[in-house]
Design a protein around this ligand. Structure first.
Ligand code: HEM
Length: 546
């Protein structure tokens, strides 16, 4: 039909094309005009390009690889604490607005679809869009991470800490170098896999601490932004035959992760059917882990216990519980070794609180509750969580029923913004945590005294987010940090260059601030390309030679 028409009227093809192009241009212009002048968000300040099209965000996060965070920072400098960063999204950078954005007890908060596409784990509590389903899923998961549950884990956490100390001493005996990024990721991975699946992946036992897994996890973050815009790509890749995927990328780690998770879930299920008898292949008590308890829990309906959903849940618990805590620990380790006065003060406190082990004995750590009473260690951890928040992407929340009202100040005058229900409103930890109202003119300086001098400061941290979608693993993360830092820094002194110290020592090895300073956001903060991580050189007394 169309070809008949085109044959009958020479030049009609050109006309048709130009009509189509004009219609397209008209509809784009209509959408842009609506967004700029008639949208309910039209009165929120911000650059017109960001209000007109999401391509602006796409360009800075996908093409320029995780740079939108810095563009958003510039928008705040120019337009104030509340800015429109996309046609459909608002960003807030005012510590006084934390509760308004994230909600408090009883508030309802959904998540924005784009972010969920980035996670690619719609069955997990982290990847759940709607408030009500999220509440149900979270209610089944959160008891395992309560303070009480984490306290019960302390025995096995301390066991892992002893292993960390042993690994460091072994390397020290060889005058060796340790990549602390890798060490901490192995530690957190062993903890979370052991707890979630009843069988630790045992990275700390591997000679190289499974450094490759760490590199693959980091590399996997690079698809986050593209997924938020084009989720279908991730879905297609997931459906490729395994043989093709294996040829395309180094997927071994994820293979292992998903396979291991699904095999463990199968073992757990089988043991439940066999009413508690140990399933073949399970070396440990299969009932002593989160997923056994979730499958047998009456909190969740059968539809929520399918292997597919539980794989998503396990994948997120493991991923969220690994790199995040490791990021904070490696940042703190760098700062302590780069700031001898801070380390000296911390060591003084630790030496007072923790007796030295006798020759050949492992160090006996106090309980986490006792460590939490140490003011300087606590301040070091808070300051580390401020500067090295492991989740660097915007924390987007959507209030489904009520408008979000932000009371703030602009050019010294009070001003309020009413953001309609259903809009994505977000805050970003690396930006909020450097707000000069709270942290003064030098917010990048690591200074634990901030928290000693101002006890209120902790309430402005959003490292673990806030409100109903706050991190479920916060108590575990704190316990890991208290135990790891006291294990390592009670034992090791800063190397003073004399070769005469009578205790094990560590010093930064070919590591500078560039190895911890965030330059891009890929949902986790990334440092300059080519960085080899925070590396330390370890020595034992008597082996202090170069
Ligand atoms: C320093 C360490 C950690 C940091 C900085 C951190 C940060 C966060 C943040 C910011 C969120 C909200 C993400 C969003 O807005 O979409 C979150 C959620 C979550 N985190 Fe963590 N996390 C840490 C440790 C852990 C640990 C140890 C676990 C578990 C073993 C964990 C499990 C989760 C889960 C399951 C969620 C989803 C909660 C929900 O949606 O209800 N995290 N975390």
């Amino acid at each position: 039909m169309l070809s008949d028409l085109l044959d009958a009227a020479p030049g009609a093809g050109y006309h048709l094309l130009s009509i189509t192009a004009s219609l397209l241009a008209l509809s784009v212009a209509t959408v842009v005009i609506y967004r700029l002048y008639f949208s309910p968000l039209a009165s929120i300040p911000g650059p017109q390009i960001a209000a007109a099209t999401s391509l602006f965000h796409f360009y800075h996060d996908v093409i320029r690889d995780g740079q939108y965070i810095w563009v958003v920072r510039q928008m705040h400098e120019k337009y104030g604490p509340v800015v429109r960063i996309r046609p459909d999204a608002i960003h807030v950078n005012d510590p006084q607005a934390i509760d308004a954005v994230f909600g408090t007890v009883g508030s309802r908060r959904n998540k924005a679809q784009g972010t969920l596409n980035g996670y690619m784990a719609y069955g997990s509590v982290l990847g759940t869009e709607g408030h009500d389903l999220h509440r149900r899923r979270r209610a089944a998961l959160s008891p395992f991470f309560s303070k009480q549950s984490v306290r019960k884990l302390e025995g096995s956490l301390k066991g892992i800490m002893r292993k960390v100390a042993r690994r460091l001493r072994e390397r020290a005996a060889q005058g060796g170098i340790v990549n602390m990024n890798v060490l901490y990721a192995s530690m957190t991975s062993d903890i979370v896999t052991g707890y979630a699946l009843g069988e630790s992946w045992g990275y700390l036992d591997m000679p190289d601490l499974n450094e490759r897994a760490y590199r693959v996890i980091s590399a996997s973050c690079s698809t986050f932004h593209l997924n938020t815009f084009v989720p279908v790509l991730g879905v297609i890749v997931r459906r490729f035959p395994r043989s093709i995927i294996m040829r395309l990328i180094d997927i071994t780690f994820f293979e292992k992760m998903v396979l291991n998770v699904s095999q463990r879930l199968e073992i757990i299920r089988r043991s439940i059917v066999e009413q508690g008898s140990p399933a073949p292949g399970s070396a440990v008590d299969v009932s002593d882990n989160i997923f056994y308890k979730m499958i047998t829990s009456d909190q969740l309906p059968a539809a929520e216990k399918t292997t597919k959903r539980l794989i998503d849940e396990a994948r997120i618990v493991i991923a969220a519980g690994t790199d995040t805590t490791a990021q904070a620990l490696k940042g703190i380790t760098y700062e302590l070794l780069a700031n001898p006065a801070v380390l000296a003060k911390l060591k003084k406190e630790l030496e007072h609180a923790i007796p030295l082990p006798h020759e050949g004995e492992d160090q006996e750590l106090p309980s986490v509750a006792d460590l939490e009473e140490l003011p300087y260690l606590s301040a070091v951890i808070e300051e580390g969580l401020r500067l090295y928040a492991g989740f660097s992407y915007r924390q987007e929340r959507v209030s489904p029923d009520e408008d979000t009202v932000i009371h703030t100040t602009l050019d010294g005058k009070p001003v309020s913004y009413i953001i309609p229900a259903g809009t994505s409103v977000s805050m970003t930890a690396p930006l909020l945590h450097r707000h000069e109202d709270l942290y003064g003119p030098n917010p990048d300086v690591f200074d634990p005294e901030r928290y000693l001098n101002n006890k209120q400061l902790s309430k402005y941290l959003i490292t673990f987010s806030r409100g109903p979608r706050q991190c479920v693993g916060i108590n575990l993360a704190y316990a890991e940090m208290y135990l790891a830092l006291s294990t390592i820094f009670r034992c090791f002194d800063l190397y003073d260059g004399t070769g005469t110290q009578r205790v094990p020592t560590m010093e930064l090895y070919e590591t500078s601030r560039e190895d911890v300073a965030m330059v891009r956001d890929r949902v986790a903060p990334f440092v300059k390309t080519g960085s080899l991580g925070v590396r330390v050189k370890l020595r034992l007394p008597g082996t202090n030679s170069e």
